[in-house]
Write a protein that binds this ligand. Structure first.
Ligand code: HEM
Length: 938
């Protein structure tokens, strides 16, 4: 076969290819940013190369001559787009312009979009929007300049383009739009764009292998999650236009198209549908916002790096339009600014926002630079490389706007860029039927061996008296039964198959415990045999190979770290000593909320609660003010914690040994994301440690020595105990645990408590009545933590919240160190143990109406969260139980007390209900942030 293929290839005169590996082809050469990898390959193998990515055949074009042949000479043959898993999802099966099938429907759709939005007349008509939004931005920047305050220009420019696109395309103000998370939108766009590329499903279609790999690595879920988020937003936009419940300057193209849909004649050849409309809006929204802002951000970055160019462009602006005397810069002024235009073009040369344009696919055989390009080949034009080609650009890495005047090549580049959004597209519906012979043979040889293995294992299992298992599939075991939130899937499985379950996830065996009796056996009777943690790919990375408290294996290191941290941070005495911090931080939050209450402005309480929990941990553990710490992005703290939990869980690398799982995680980008995140956390820890190593006089904001100082002192002492030496990695492990386990969990619990209170007005009223009768706070004083002791009902509310919404529903995983028996079943050594406290807290055997939020159920009940009653275990139990419980409870109690004493809380929109959907992995958060209206009571 190889011989025949080689002869065929040489006859066809295909472009040269870098050396390939069997099955994966050139995939192993593509590590890092895609356009940069392709650029490196070009340097070695020439400007036209053929790559194989699994079954995909891709030609990469990195010279202007070849690009001209593709985009101009053979434009008609190359004007379709490849069909990929992602494009099919995002285009709703081709119902958009970017991916729509070439033909009548596509032409009509494009015509409509151009007429109603993209035409020169329309673009001109939005001039006032651009001018107004720029004017607003200038005003904000002026205020900051007066205060000499630094500004996140990337964010400012992103908001500017978003505001312009929103007003001109969607008829709405970006900042006032309720359906968009302004803090998360940049990430959403990044995520949407990175998910739109090729996936393993496209590269390995044989026998569904790629599909399976994308499924297991979570790539399919991520793709669908992002798509759902975008689609929900589009539905809101359409609903708003239909119900007219927003302020709109004038009717826009969505109104026009919505009006058009019902008026269409039955027999028309093209019928506009809601999916088409969504496709158009989505194209404008996803392609329009960040491409423009990226170009502006790069341009500003280059200008600041190149003072000569900055001066020249500013001189031109000042001399041509003298803005000082005018009220506002208008677009007419632009015509005079030739140098500014060169600057933007030079920036586009060096930093094209879509460096590889959008992929195309050949519809018939063509010749490029003398090479044959067969039909159905994916074509990728590397505009980023072309803009750096030393044949056309002298000193290509330099930013020299003057060069653009005499450069003809640049025209081609812009031609391509402007075609990006509305490029032609014809698509082929037929899927490739190429079967990878090697894989086929491989699978065929493997099957009998697998069945034999399963049979032998089943017989062995039954003699061992293992817990029952749900039916399994070969290789993946029970993985296919785990779609959705992990703790909920385990809850459903335990309802069907019993409270002690054995699951096979790839090669990993997990025992799931979902009853209080079984939990008591694991965490009390067999505490010693179950008190180590399993080693997973993510936990090894994050714990620096077991050098922390959370994930260290049971042994001397863990014992010493836990002892040190209890002494310096977790002990009751230490927690008490941080009382003034909790009081001050809550007081600050109340002041902020009072201002918002006066303005009658709804508040993202989830964000505020995260920040107050962060502030308390930062000050008590690191003696630093959260808001003053430059190394933490306060706006993104929720998202950061969420991503961390997601990546911290079990991955394919743990399920499929022998490199297969590792490869799947590599392909899905999980390794990259994990290491990036770990790098971020590590940089933050280095900063904390550096700050503590400064001389006392350099430390500006430290109230008193903290745990970091104490541990550094121990470390630097000469006479450290020989049996255990504290290192910088151990120190980092402890700080990291306090930061990552401390902020998220307390915040989550407070958010769930507030959500339940708003949903249950009876309980809210009772809790507030108790607080307001027991406590009187004088003017200009803050609430005293001692007051909490008087509040019995508030304590019940917290217990009930921890029962229904334990922040870590599956605790942290344990691993058996020797063979034990649970509920009569044998559990072998080295088995992964998971205790489902979420499920146990809902067990109807112990809890009447378990889904109801009834704090009174604890009045005559001995049940508690302290690890002794196994009907609820939010903090775990036994040796590995949470050491932060006292600190967390103090934070939660005082936080809730402040929120409930000073304010009444309402939903911003009357008639709506609190959304209680969950999301997460190790910790489970309220998916939709809790937005409420504070009403000042005191
Ligand atoms: C409502 C708040 C909290 C909840 C629900 C919670 C829950 C848990 C759970 C379930 C475990 C695992 C226990 C086990 O395996 O049996 C744990 C461990 C841990 N928690 Fe918490 N936690 C909270 C707050 C905190 C805080 C505020 C800190 C630190 C400031 C913290 C630090 C830790 C550490 C270091 C461990 C690891 C213990 C070990 O493995 O030895 N937690 N937590």
């Amino acid at each position: 076969l190889i011989f025949v293929k080689d002869i065929k290839s040489s006859k066809q005169n295909l472009p040269p290819s870098p050396p390939q590996l069997p099955i994966i082809g050139n995939l192993h050469q593509l590590r890092g940013l895609f356009h940069r990898c392709l650029h490196h390959l070009l340097k070695k193998h020439g400007p036209l190369i053929l790559l194989r990515l699994g079954v995909l055949r891709m030609v990469v074009i990195s010279s202007s001559e070849a690009a001209e042949e593709v985009l101009k000479t053979h434009d008609t043959e190359c004007c379709t787009r490849p069909v990929t898993m992602a494009s099919t999802v995002f285009s709703r099966n081709g119902n958009d312009i970017g991916f729509g099938e070439y033909g009548e429907a596509w032409r009509e759709l494009r015509k409509l979009a151009v007429r109603e939005f993209f035409s020169v007349t329309k673009v001109r008509s939005f001039r006032y929007v651009r001018e107004e939004e720029c004017d607003l931005m200038v005003k904000q920047l002026r205020e900051l300049a007066l205060k000499q305050s630094p500004v996140d220009l990337s964010k400012t420019l992103f908001c500017l383009t978003a505001s312009i696109v929103f007003r001109s395309a969607l008829g709405q103000s970006f900042l006032e739009n309720k359906h968009i998370d302004k803090e998360g939108i940049e990430e959403l766009m990044l995520e949407a764009h990175s998910n739109m590329s090729f996936n393993l499903t496209d590269m390995f279609p044989t026998a569904g292998l790629g599909w399976f790999m994308d499924f297991v690595s979570g790539q399919r879920k991520r793709l669908h999650d992002v798509f759902t988020e975008v689609d929900t937003f589009l539905n809101h936009i359409i609903d708003d236009h239909q119900s007219k419940n927003f302020t709109q300057d004038r009717p826009d193209f969505i109104d026009y198209l919505l009006e058009m849909i019902p008026k269409q004649e039955e027999n028309e050849s093209f019928k506009l549908t809601i999916d088409h409309l969504k496709g158009i809006i989505q194209g404008i929204y996803l392609a329009g916002v960040d491409t423009s802002s990226i170009t502006m951000i790069w341009t500003m970055a280059e200008l600041v790096r190149n003072p000569r160019v900055m001066k020249k462009v500013q001189d031109e602006i000042h001399s041509c339009i003298g803005i000082k005397h005018k009220e506002r810069i208008t677009e007419e002024d632009l015509d005079k600014l030739q140098y500014l235009k060169l600057v933007v073009q030079e920036s586009l040369r060096l930093h094209p926002p879509v460096p590889l344009l959008l992929p195309r696919e050949t519809m018939s055989q063509i010749k490029i630079q003398g090479y044959d390009i067969p039909p159905k080949t994916i074509l990728v034009v590397n505009a980023w490389s072309i803009g750096r080609d030393p044949k056309h650009w002298k000193d290509p890495e330099e930013f020299v706007p003057e060069r653009i005047r005499s450069a003809p090549v640049v025209r081609l580049m812009f031609l391509n860029l402007s075609k990006l959004i509305l490029a032609n597209s014809k698509r082929h519906k037929t899927k490739t039927k190429t079967m990878s012979t090697v894989l086929y043979i491989f699978a065929f040889l493997l099957l009998p061996a697998l069945f034999t293995l399963i049979f032998v294992k089943r017989t062995k299992d039954s003699t061992q008296n293992l817990p029952p298992s749900p039916p399994q599939l070969p290789i993946i075991g029970n993985l296919h039964q785990l779609q959705g939130l992990f703790h909920r899937c385990l809850h459903d499985l335990s309802k069907k198959h019993g409270p002690v379950l054995l699951l096979h996830l790839g090669s990993l065996k997990i025992v799931v415990i979902s009853s209080s009796e079984a939990a008591e056996e694991a965490l009390k009777t067999h505490d010693l045999e179950c008190c180590t943690r399993p080693k997973t790919h993510a936990t090894s990375t994050f714990s620096r190979n077991g050098r922390d408290i959370c994930f260290a294996p049971y042994g001397e290191v863990w014992r010493q770290l836990r002892k040190l941290s209890v002494l310096n941070f977790f002990s009751a005495k230490k927690v008490r000593s941080f009382r003034y911090i909790r009081e001050e931080e809550n007081d600050l939050l109340v002041t902020k909320l009072k201002e918002l209450a006066q303005k009658k402005s709804p508040v993202d309480l989830s964000q505020e609660i995260y920040c107050v929990a962060g502030s308390i941990i930062f000050r008590s553990a690191f003696a630093q003010r959260f808001y003053e710490n430059k190394h933490v992005d306060k706006e993104k703290i929720k998202e950061f914690m969420f991503e961390l939990q997601k990546l911290g869980s079990i991955s394919s690398s743990d399920l499929f040994p022998g490199g297969l799982g590792w490869f799947m995680d590599f392909m899905s980008g999980r390794h990259r994301r994990l290491h990036k995140l770990f790098g971020e956390v590590d940089t933050f820890l280095n900063h904390i440690i550096d700050d503590h190593l400064k001389n006392p006089e350099e430390k500006t904001n430290q109230d008193r020595p903290d745990i970091v100082d104490s541990l550094l002192n121990t470390m630097l002492k000469e006479e450290q105990d020989e049996s255990f030496k504290l290192t910088i990695d151990h120190l980092k492990g402890i700080i990291q645990n306090i930061y990552l386990a401390g902020v998220d969990t307390s915040a989550i619990t407070m958010i769930w408590a507030m959500a339940e209170l708003v949903r249950n007005p009876r309980v809210m009223k009772k809790a507030q009545e108790e607080i307001r009768t027991c406590i009187r706070v004088k003017q200009n004083e803050k609430i005293d933590e001692e007051d909490v002791d008087k509040l019995q009902y508030l304590k019940l509310v917290i217990k009930e919240t921890l029962r229904l919404h334990p922040a870590a529903p599956l605790l942290l995983p344990r691993e058996t160190m020797s063979q034990i028996k649970i509920q009569g079943y044998n559990i072998p050594p080295k088995t992964f143990l998971v205790v489902n406290t979420w499920s146990i807290g809902r067990d109807p055997k112990h809890w009447e109406d378990p889904e109801e939020f009834i704090p009174e159920r604890f009045i005559d009940s001995p049940a508690d969260y302290k690890g002794q009653s196994f009907e609820m275990l939010p903090f775990g139990s036994g040796r590995r139980m949470c050491p932060g419980m006292a600190s967390a409870i103090a934070t939660i109690e005082l936080g809730l007390l402040n929120l409930l004493y000073y304010f009444d809380w309402e939903l911003p929109e009357e008639g709506t209900v609190v959304d209680m959907e969950e999301d997460g992995n190790i910790t489970v958060v309220k998916k939709v942030p809790l937005e409420l209206l504070p009403i000042l009571h005191h």
